[in-house]
Ligand binder design. Structure first.
Ligand SMILES: [Zn+2]
Length: 334
């Protein structure tokens, strides 16, 4: 309908323009009615083509800046003052993914592409890349934001994760402490209760309200409830969830667990695998053999709400889901 509406004036314009460009075709015209009709049809067809071309060039995707776009859709934002001719560097992509993933904390307009710094709405500036070369162990123990931004393979897992695949396992603690709280007490102040699969399970979970994580868990919970109605065999993975908020270090390390921040959820440990339990070691350098029973239908629903899954790490933790929308966005920008 819209196309039809625009074609009328446009057709006239292009017909006239075309005639003036090719006066020869007018002078050559014989005055028989059928010849004129044929020519008119030709020009109309040409005009329609022009109109289609005009429209396809004019139509651009609209920005979804204020909506929570489902993960897997590119919103097309780019960093301010960036020369659009030049592709974004990895650091620029990382900063952009962080700013887009957490709109309560960042304005894309505040990010300056070349300065290697993530600027918060309150004016805080966190360095992005400390420029240091690190061993894998150092990256875990002393990362910067750049180390944190790794490629997370969203969607179905085709092959077991390879050594070094661990997107989301590296966390720059100052970032999460600033966002979710600096201590157990501060994080606890922002928690709320969400009923987990109200129809089929009904366990109460404590999750953070920061970044509306509680709303995302609520949506997920209803979606999983519907999934279990169709697939009762999936209920066992979701009942007796292993836990959400718990301010603690990761076993065998001095690093804070993501459970400290209230945006992380473990499903049923009985049907899950954790590398330290499977390999009976806490040695990061141990050779591991991947194990998983968690069905991908469950993983995909979590990812659609911005959660990553620990089952995609070489150091697998298949019960573990963590709200890390920046990694899902970053993966799309590659
Ligand atoms: Zn966990």
């Amino acid at each position: 309908m819209i196309l039809h509406h625009f074609m009328q004036p446009l057709a006239g314009y292009h017909t006239r323009a075309a005639f003036s460009l090719f006066p020869v075709s007018i002078s050559m015209t014989t005055h028989t009615a059928s010849r004129r009709l044929k020519q008119k049809r030709l020009w109309l067809a040409l005009a329609a083509l022009f109109a289609l071309l005009f429209f396809s060039l004019k139509e651009k995707p609209t920005s979804q800046h204020n909506q929570v776009a489902p993960f897997g859709t590119e919103t097309g934002d780019s960093l301010p003052t960036h020369n659009s001719q030049k592709p974004l560097s990895d650091a620029e992509k990382g900063i952009l993914a962080l700013a887009r993933a957490y709109p309560d904390f960042f304005e894309i307009a505040d990010q300056v592409p070349t300065q290697n710094v993530l600027v918060w709405k309150d004016g805080t500036r966190l360095p992005y890349d400390d420029g240091r070369e690190k061993s894998p162990q150092e990256r875990l123990e002393n990362p910067d934001l750049e180390d944190q931004m790794q490629y997370y393979p969203s969607g179905r897992l085709e092959t077991p994760p390879q050594k070094g695949e661990q997107a989301g396992r590296i966390r720059y603690e100052p970032f999460f402490k600033k966002m979710y709280g600096n201590s157990a007490a501060q994080v606890a102040q922002k928690l709320t209760t969400v009923v987990w699969l109200p129809k089929h399970i009904g366990t109460k979970l404590q999750v953070t309200t920061v970044n509306q994580v509680h709303q995302k868990v609520k949506t997920l919970s209803l979606q999983l409830d519907s999934l279990v109605s169709l697939r009762p065999d999936l209920k066992k993975y979701l009942q007796n969830p292993g836990g959400t908020f718990n301010w603690r270090n990761i076993s065998g390390t001095n690093r804070l667990s993501a459970h400290s921040f209230g945006m992380t959820l473990d499903i049923n440990t009985t049907y899950s695998h954790y590398w330290q339990w499977s390999a009976k070691t806490k040695d990061e350098n141990a050779t591991l053999s991947y194990q998983n029973q968690i069905p991908m239908e469950i993983v995909e629903l979590f990812e659609a709400q911005g959660f990553i899954w620990g089952g995609k790490w070489y150091h697998f933790d298949t019960m573990h889901f963590e709200y890390r929308p920046e990694l899902l966005l970053f993966a799309q920008m590659r």
